[in-house]
Design a protein. Structure first.
Length: 461
């Protein structure tokens, strides 16, 4: 009896389970398929063209106001679709700040309300998928909006997407990390592709905003001789790029000049042309210094006169004689004063003769007529002080009420060690004499007492 009851209970249990499974299976046939977003029966995405979909902290899809977005989803065999996007807060009056509608029907797309906020060229249908390239005005209500998509099936419309959208303000931002670039070019040489003095110098652009930027550059002068890598391309949100700068030399005379490079980031995919007024471009500056100067030299440029001088510090031994070379050029009258510190100025050789009226400073005058006509000067100094690290030759240049001062430092080593020979004796050795006298005194005392003792012994006998 118990066995029969147990069998009856088992049949009831398994039968109930099978019935529940069949009911769930039948219900699932009538339930919509779950897509990538809650409240949708189809897979769909919304993103800026060329970018990945963005989501906020609550996993709500993000849309950037004023920027074109690609809203794509499957429509099956439907030939008509309605899309509405509405601000989720209070709406006193429907307008461009809170309400939008788009439609696809009979093979064409349209902005139902305003006729503006859709890219008809990019919107398309392929196979059973549709892509609306749409956007909203940059000055809308920010926050949560509501997206509803309906497709036409026969004579009725079916809701296939029902989702919140987080509407954000367009925030184009371009950050720049850069050194000051310096190029050194040999005078009168041209056609050489030159890297910065510091070979690893590069600058970095960073898109710290929420829209893709079109990156480009320009120069305030001589744009034909400069080339910057990784320009005229897209800088994606959150991305960074490193850039190198190269220069093609021209046959310049010695000089120093500065060029400014302007790096500009322009927001891409603005839904209408008037969005330019609401979504600004950003521009930053890279400073480029160019020195046209001989290898191993530095240059002072005071406008109408230029002086090339040897870079320091120089290293010398004690009592060395050094010849330092200078080159002066320009197109004006100029004077040059050379002075020394902790050195002896032996003379300045210029124009075929020595100028050595002083051992501390000397002044020369010049009549400069052509930037390409360099005049060579030689300064001769002697390192008469040993073990100094701050010996210096200073050059002061004057021209047309302008002046400048530069210098070449010299480090002087210690004087060489010369061992001293032992000195020869040149007189009486007092110590030796005293020693001898002591010895003689001891002997005499000994003999005195010894003789006395012998005499005393003889008297007793």
């Amino acid at each position: 009896m118990l066995w029969k009851q147990r069998k009856r209970h088992e049949r009831l249990y398994y039968g109930t389970g099978a019935l529940a499974f069949i009911i769930l299976l039948m219900l699932s046939l009538f339930m919509p398929l779950t897509g990538v977003n809650a409240g949708s029966s189809v897979d769909w995405n919304i993103q800026i063209p060329g970018e990945n979909p963005e989501f906020d902290a609550n996993n709500t899809p993000v849309m950037i106001a004023g920027i074109e977005h690609n809203l794509s989803f499957y429509i099956g065999n439907s030939d008509a679709v309605n899309v509405s996007l509405t601000y989720a807060g209070d709406i006193a009056q429907k307008n461009q700040t809170n309400t939008y509608e788009w439609r696809y029907a009979v093979g064409s797309f349209s902005d139902v309300l305003y006729g503006t906020y859709i890219n008809l060229t990019s919107s398309s249908v392929f196979s059973d998928k549709v892509a609306f390239h749409i956007g909203v005005h940059a000055k809308v209500k920010y926050g949560i909006w509501h997206l509803v998509v309906q497709r036409k099936l026969g004579s009725r419309y079916e809701r296939i997407i029902d989702s919140d959208i987080h509407m954000e303000k367009a925030d184009p931002r371009l950050a720049l990390s850069t050194p000051v670039f310096e190029f050194r070019v040999e005078p009168f040489e041209s056609g050489e592709m030159i890297s910065p003095t510091e070979k690893d110098y590069r600058f970095t652009t960073i898109n710290s905003g929420n829209v893709p930027l079109w990156l480009e550059c320009s120069y305030d002068s001589m744009s034909e001789i400069f080339y910057t890598t990784n320009m005229s391309l897209v800088l994606h949100p959150g991305a960074s790029l490193k850039h190198s700068i190269y220069l093609t030399s021209l046959p310049w005379s010695p000089r120093v000049f500065t060029v400014k490079e302007y790096v500009k980031g322009t927001a891409m995919h603005m839904i209408t042309s008037d969005m330019v007024s609401f979504i600004p471009s950003f521009q930053t500056v890279v400073k480029i210094n160019v020195k046209v100067v001989r290898q191993g030299f530095n240059i002072m440029d005071i406008g109408l006169a230029k002086l090339q001088y040897e870079k320091g510090p120089k290293v010398a031994d004690f009592n060395d004689v050094l010849d330092l070379h200078l080159f002066i050029s320009g197109h004006s009258d100029a004077s040059l004063t050379v002075s020394v510190r902790k050195l002896e100025l032996l003379g300045i050789y210029y124009d075929g003769r020595w100028h050595n009226e002083s051992d501390t400073s000397e002044t020369l005058t010049f009549h400069l007529t052509n930037d390409s006509d360099e005049k060579e000067i030689m300064v001769r100094v002697r390192c008469y002080r040993e073990d100094v690290s701050d010996a210096r030759v200073t050059y002061q240049l004057y021209s047309d009420s302008n002046s400048g001062s530069v210098y070449t430092d010299i480090v002087v080593g210690k004087a060489p060690y010369v061992p001293q020979a032992p000195q020869k004796s040149s007189g009486i050795n007092i110590v030796a004499i005293v020693g001898v006298l002591v010895v003689i005194a001891v002997i005499l005392i000994f003999m005195f007492f010894y003789t006395k003792k012998l005499k005393e012994e003889g008297d007793r006998k």
